[in-house]
Ligand binder design. Structure first.
Ligand SMILES: [Zn+2]
Length: 212
């Protein structure tokens, strides 16, 4: 019984995916991960994907569809949690066709509801430890002692580069432009649950579990 997590970058769906994977045995299918893996192989396809990621634009549907189809085939015995896919209506229809072929269906689609302003604030308050790479959010997940890394004690907690922020802002923008219509698409089908993604992590999990 498969699920989709629909939501903009930094909405917390990565955290929730990890929880569902660990506690409920879902296979977490992240198209972002699939693409990063393809990039790592150094293939021609991987090079094209790398270019798109650097520019902060969405990969072409054909590329993502191809990677997705293969991965669904490899995990068809499991309950799959789709994260970051579909992003557009044509991808949603493609996913339907892939699942139908396996006589499979979607159980539920979760829309992580949060506005762009809140996301920008979250991104701006992210800091990374220069020494060990630990990531904190000064608003939602600050280090125990102000300015000191919990894991290694370093005082070098720095914000991400501006380039990175620009890319993230672009991705958030395109989410609201291109992905939002999917909400209506799944609502009409009667399988959409809207989650309040501004709530603390445990409350978000609770909302998801209650709707399953
Ligand atoms: Zn550290």
């Amino acid at each position: 019984m498969h699920l989709i997590f629909l939501g903009p970058p930094a909405c917390g769906k990565g955290t929730q995916s990890a929880i569902l994977e660990q506690k409920y045995g879902y296979y977490h299918l992240s198209t972002g991960d699939l693409m990063r893996r393809e990039v790592a192989t150094g293939s021609e396809l991987g090079k094209t994907i790398k270019l798109n990621i650097e520019k902060g634009v969405l990969a072409a549907s054909e590329i993502v569809n191809e990677l997705l189809k293969k991965d669904v085939e490899n995990h068809k015995q499991m309950s799959i949690l789709f994260d970051g896919y579909p992003r557009k209506i044509d991808q949603a229809k493609f996913l339907d066709s892939v699942l139908e072929k396996n006589k499979d269906t979607l159980k539920r689609v979760f829309y992580f509801d949060i506005d762009a302003e809140e996301l920008f604030q979250r991104i701006l308050s992210r800091v990374t430890c220069n020494a060990c790479g630990a990531v904190y959010n000064l608003r939602t997940n600050p280090p125990k002692e102000d300015g000191v890394c919990d894991s290694c004690g370093s005082h070098e907690l720095v914000r991400r580069g501006d380039d990175n922020e620009e890319i993230l802002k672009n991705r958030i923008q395109s989410f609201f432009e291109e992905t939002a219509p999917l909400r209506e698409f799944y609502q009409k089908r009667g399988i959409l649950s809207v989650i309040n993604a501004r709530a603390p992590v445990e409350i978000v999990t609770e909302q998801i579990i209650n709707a399953l």
